[in-house]
Design a protein around this ligand. Structure first.
Ligand code: S3P
Length: 184
């Protein structure tokens, strides 16, 4: 008997804060009708507080525990259903998370240059890691640390600064279809 577990047909979006995961996730959800799981949103709903409040009360470590536990749960329940999963930018930091992401489905890394990330993230105060005197330096530091980690988990890398979100979704869908067909 063949006991190899088939790859769940989820599309998983990873990438830095402000790389466009939420917008691309919504576009894919509208096109495909698959449920959209926005992990940050689920964490906030379950905790009954915002991400800045979680960081404030439980520290980054507390937030990371919630993130890993939700990722374990999503991966454990990944069967034949198809979902779009939008992750938080720091999810690739732990080895366990990276292993789980790879099991979860087709992983798309959305990237953008620092200038674009700064513009996009400057518009709201929801990202506690950027509440510093020099957000540009913090972005550069985190990007240097995370780039190889995104690279490690991703099946596809797309720069979101040039194309519009609808074009990006089209590209992702074509590549994902090919990926799932070739593994069926
Ligand atoms: C984080 C990114 C955020 C959120 C949290 C930590 C990070 O999500 O998970 O503030 O470490 O980069 P977005 O990438 O959706 O902004």
């Amino acid at each position: 008997m063949n006991d190899i577990k088939p790859t769940p047909k989820n599309i998983v979006l990873v990438g830095f804060m402000g790389s466009g995961k939420t917008t691309v996730g919504r576009e894919l959800h509208q096109r495909l009708g698959y449920p959209l799981v926005d992990m940050d949103q689920v964490i906030e709903e379950r905790a009954g507080k915002s991400i800045p409040a979680i960081f404030e009360e439980s520290g980054e470590a507390g937030f990371r525990e919630m993130e890993t536990s939700l990722l374990r749960e999503i991966t454990n329940h990944a069967g034949s259903e198809r979902r779009i999963i939008s992750t938080g930018g720091g999810i690739v930091g732990s080895e366990e998370n990276r292993a789980l992401l790879k099991q979860l489905g087709y992983v798309v890394w959305l990237s953008a240059p620092i200038k674009v990330i700064l513009e996009r993230t400057g518009k709201n105060r929801n990202r506690p890691l950027l509440h510093t005197e020099d957000p540009a330096a913090k972005i550069q530091l985190l990007m240097d640390q995370r780039t190889p980690l995104y690279e490690e988990v991703a099946h596809l890398k797309l720069d979101t600064s040039g194309l519009d979100f609808s074009e990006l979704a089209t590209g992702i869908l074509e590549c994902a279809r090919y990926f799932f067909t070739s593994r069926a």
